[in-house]
Structures are given as C-alpha cells and as structure tokens.
Design a protein around this ligand. Sequence first.
Ligand code: CTP
Length: 478
Amino acid sequence: MIFSIQPHEREIFRLISQTAAELGYPAYVVGGYVRDRLLARPSKDMDIVCVGNGIHLAQELATRLHPMPRVAVYQRFGTAMLRWNDIEIEFVGARRESYRHDSRKPTVVDGTLEDDQNRRDFTINALAVSLNAQDFGTIIDPFNGLQHLKEKIIKTPLEPGRTFSDDPLRMMRAIRFATQLDFAIAPETLQAIAEYRDRIRIVSMERVTIELNKIIESRQPSTGFKLLFNTGLLQLIFPEMAALHGVEKRQGKAHKDNFYHTLQVLDNLCRTTSNLWLRWSAILHDIAKPATKRFEPEHGWTFHGHEVLGAAMVPRIFARLKLPLDHKMKYVQKLVLLHLRPISLTKENITDSAIRRLLVDAGDDLEDLMLLCQADITSKNPQKVQRYLENYEMVKERLAEVEAKDHLRNWQPPITGEIIMEAFGLQPSREVGIIKTAVREAILDGKVENNLEAAYAYMLEQGKALGLAPVNEPGNNP
Ligand code: CTP
C-alpha cells in the first residue's frame, strides 16, 4: 500500500530522500507519525529512521533547508532533532536493542529496518513509509499493522511477554492507546499485561503518571481505568483508587460500588470540561469512602467525613504519583473538600447565609465545583435524580442572586487581625482569633453589614463582651 503524501509533506520527504540517498542511508518515516496520519489524527512529531548515522543525516539535511534550522544532537542516544515548519523531526539510526531484566535502559547496537520494527511496542506503531527512490511512499508493514488499524486492535509485534518485559511502560501505553483511540487490546496482549504487571515497578512513577494523565485526558477515561483495574496494574500504581472497588452487604443493605461510581462521575465530567485537574478532583472526590465506611443499623452504610479525610489524602497521593504539589494540588483538595456542599443544601436550608458561605469558600472555583457536583448525580433512582437536579438548579440560581447582590466572590472580611490587635492593644492571642471569627460569621449570617464601619462597631462589641477595653476613646472610630 502507498502512503498518501500530503502537499505540506512532499517537499520535506523529497529532501530527506535525496540527502539520505547521497549519504547511502536508506531512510523511513516510522512510528506514531505514520499511525496518526493513517488515522487522520493531528500529528506534529515525525520520526525518521535511517540505516546509517541519524545525527549525520539530520546535520546534512539542515544545510539544505532555508532558513537553516538548529540541530539538537543527543550523542548519548545517537539521535538528532530539528524543527521545520512547525514539525519536530527526530532522526535516528536503525537499531537492535536488548534489554536487561532490572532496567528499562537497553543496550543498543546498529541494525536493519526490520530489527528496528521488531523492537517497537505495537503493530500499529511499527509501520514505516519508505523514503527511498525505488519504493518511495510504500508502507512497510511486517506485522499487519494496517489491518489492526482498521480492526481497531492494539497488539504487540512479537510475543507480548517479550515486548512488555523489554519495556514494562508499554503495558501502560497499551491501555493508554486503547483509551485514546477507542481500540481493543488483543486477548493475548491483555493477558500478558496481567501476567507481567509486577514489572511496572521498574518504571519511574513520573513516566507512569504521564500515561495515566493521557488516559484521564481522553474522551472516556473509564475505559482505561477498567483495563488498569482488570489487569491488576491499578492496584500497583494507585491502590487508593483500586480500594474503591467492591460492594458490601449487611442486613440486606448494600452500598454502591464506589469505583464504578467514580468512573461514571469522571466520564460525566469529561463531557463538560477538558481541565485535567478538575478531572482529577472527580477521581479523588470519594477517595476516603473506604476509610470512613461504617454500618449503622438504623441508617445503613455511611461515609461521614469522607470529604474532609479525602482532602487530607490528596497531598500524599499527589506526592506519590509525582503530580505537582503547587496550586493545582490545592485546587483539587478544595474541590474534594467542598464536593458535597451544593447538593447537601436542601430546599429548607438554602438560606442566604449558606449561599454566602459557599461563595466565599469556593471563590473563583465555584463554577468548577458546580460542574463536579452535577457530574456526581449518578443515582439509578429517577426520583432522587430529579430531586438533586432541582436542588442543583435552585442552588445555582440563588448563588447568582446572592453574588449579584453582595459581590462576595473571593471576599476577605473587612476586619483583620491587625485591626483587632491595634484596637484593643493586644499581642497575637486567642482573643484576636475569637473576635475575627465572630465578625466574619456575623457578616456571612447577614447580622452585620458588609462594610468597615459596621464591622468595626461589631468588633468593639465583641471585644467588650470578652472583657477587653478599646485603646482609643469611645467614639474615636477609624
Ligand atoms: N516506542 C516503543 N516503546 C515505547 C515508546 C515508544 O516502541 N515505550 C516506539 C513506538 O514505535 C512509537 C515511537 O517509538 O510509535 C514513538 O514514541 P512516542 O513518541 O513516545 O509515542 P507515539 O507513538 O508517537 O505516540 P504519542 O505521541 O501519543 O505518545
């Protein structure tokens, strides 16, 4: 089969072809670029394999391009990279690799195109397009990759145990491609992932997490998580999530399976946002349910405080998964902590005060919190769904009303600790905290107006109630 070369590729393919021919190196486009082009997916990174010296080919090619691009050379890996018209092109000599048991780092020796194709992860990633005069544009497909693209199958070119023990990260990649491309994993390939799962331990967490995030960024991440769970990989890389799996029944009462519930929330949310960190908050929103689960004979199963414990678990999980520990983690923590708040407001207690507190606590992340809550409505009972949705809409309306009236988004109380200390001549102390909280609560409850004058007067009252005397003369207000 001939690869249909697009106009924007024609010039660069010709130039690579001519340069390689002059150097006496047969050259090919390989891997993900070929796969993505055949699937009509956007692809920017192009890999060129030549039977010869890849660095040399890149340097020689660069001299023929205008303007001449900079060539980045990675001597240690025998590769070179240049950027041309927005395409990143990487050059490497064809190689044969052999892997040691305890490491992902292979020993590399020169090889043929066939050797190079043999060492690749999946048949759909082992396709090569010839850039050589005698068969320019021909697709070289030793493992039936074209057929597997059509049938939507992920399959290793060699015996799967060999491909996976050569590089165990490929087990994550198989599941990631299956999720991203909506492909099935061939039965013997899937079986080998389950069998070789323990080998994932020699892969750095950073690399595992890159794949995990790609699964989460897919259209329907549940596909990937189910595969991770069923092969036993999830239990190794993310045990807290695997622990959500399962149902317990006592006195005829069962709780829902929190693993599948979490996946449903995640898929629901993915229909409304591409924000990776909001998607992470869906994954973690019920993470403390196993740890807080109790059976109360009168009520059935309860998970009291799972939002608080869940938020507390976030930093440990982020640290282990090598996710960022900055404001992104804080954002996920905040959403996990607040995820019950909007829906827990019922018709009777949607008071101005409850709404104000939600506005203040969620701040700029209120819209994201509302998306998470909406995605969290997964009950199978239509009456319950109806009730939650009505509540949700009502809370949304009330939030908009109160926000328009009070402008409380990212609100800071007008009375700070410094003002209190100055007013009563205090050092930092318990009293300062008590007064500060009292003022904040009174404003949020609507008992005191949200301005400095009213708040200052209320602060003086509260101080006096604690037996404190203001430093300034009465009436000498700010
Ligand atoms: N490859 C491999 N084993 C790996 C990683 C990569 O065999 N563990 C090979 C595959 O042939 C792959 C090519 O190297 O197609 C390029 O790898 P990479 O750029 O990581 O992946 P892509 O397949 O291009 O896909 P994506 O860009 O989505 O990661």
